[in-house]
Design a protein around this ligand. Sequence first.
Ligand SMILES: [Fe+2]
Length: 317
Amino acid sequence: MAANEKSLSRRRFLAKSGLATAAAPLLPLSMVANDSLSSKEDTSFEFVFMTDIHIKPEMNAPLGFQMAIDKTNALKPDFVITGGDLVYDVMRGNFEKSDGLFKLYADMAKGFQMPVYNCIGNHDLFAIYEESPEDASHPDYKYGMWQRYFGDTYYAFDHKGWHFITLNSLDVTDNKRYKGSFHAEQLSWLQKHLQTIDTEKPIVVTTHIPMLCTFSQLNGKEGTRTVSNAYEVFDIFKDHNLKLVLQGHIHWKEYGFVNDRVHFLTGGSIAGNGWKGRRHHTKEGFMKIKVSGNDFSWEYIDHGWEAQRLKMGIGKE
Ligand SMILES: [Fe+2]
């Protein structure tokens, strides 16, 4: 736990050292995700869930990410949770290029005027592919580069009566591909960690690879896009108040509610289809989530990137 606290303060330091930008009024919420919104104003707060940023120097990606940062600052949420694939990409190495991408992300993320809690995605796994010039002997291999910049790949924090857990949903296969899986060490941490959390306390889990989604039903030929052992995590949470699962990876916007209990939200993406347009018809954007008492509502925010890229002659609506 001490290591987690250390990395949390590092993440907060990175996030808080940014520069100021202009503020704008809050937008009205358009979607209500639960049946009874509480009127407890003292516990209400907002946060942003922003996923699949895929930062790189090309394709005007820094301009698009900066627009998302500026929009977030204007909305003034209490904090930002990212959903992984912060960079594009480091799976093939080499060190210099990969380190430059993480540095670009870390430098730009200093522009957020609130804490940022990062999540690891498949494109953030350093040198895992066969074609990479580096291998498992490199200190930054797999999770290493991400950890050097942002700390532990799984951790938890509290905010105004809610509990937030970011998980690492990635591992590597024997034939050097990434896979969606929660490794055993993390599952045993989660089990022990939950023993310290009140069973009534609302919990939000963030995972890059979805735990629940309809992708494979709609796109069967492309295979599954979910974590293979997600059921183990749901089992660990069975006596706790797992309220919401935030997910990335497929650049897809989806909301679901299972058995009057668990909500899941797949948060679209900042990069869309490789910065060239929409992916799966989902416009580039991010989620703003408003928590009131024990309930929450959400809204997908357009930070203006689509209009900007169309103006520059890139892609279509
Ligand atoms: Fe992605």
